[in-house]
Design a protein around this ligand. Sequence first.
Ligand SMILES: [Mg+2]
Length: 200
Amino acid sequence: MKTLSGWIFDLDGTLTKPTHDFDFIRECLAVPAGELILEYSQSLPIEESKPFLKKLSKLEQSVIKNTQIAEGANSLIKFLHSQSYEIGILTRNTKDNAIQTLTHIDLHKFFRPEFIIGRDEQKPKPSPEGISYLLGKWDKKLNNAVIIGDYRLDLEAGRNAGISTILIGQATDEDTEKLADYQFSNLSKLKSSLESHLLF
Ligand SMILES: [Mg+2]
């Protein structure tokens, strides 16, 4: 049985209840259908991408005050912390917004700021760079680490880095399901599995 001692979390929709209306954000920013928001910004000339990202960050920031913690998040994070496991955040949001969100849902005390990686610190998911960076900092091997997320890009990043993947919630399609090594309907179910040693 392997010990997973390095835990990398997606933030929005994983540790929080989903609050981002991505369709609304895409509409506000005129992102063409089928394109990912950050990837679209990278395709713009610099004089357009700068204000685009500023506007995106403001839209993301505007929902923080209404954000609620996800079911089971507090008790899972507390549990991992009590086991002295390493925990970090890898988000396509900004680091600043992530810290504000963690503060709002009262989980900030469990996360060291240097282990909160936003889109400006490392290349965003599905790139494996953020994961490799954290594992380097933690001195962890690939088979001791896992990424937990609610979206395909979280799992793709995990696969690209070569670590285990856990999907929280329902897969939106079959391809996403295939990227998940484990799947739980919520974080409470994941914690129960950990405590009863059914997993890992
Ligand atoms: Mg998410």
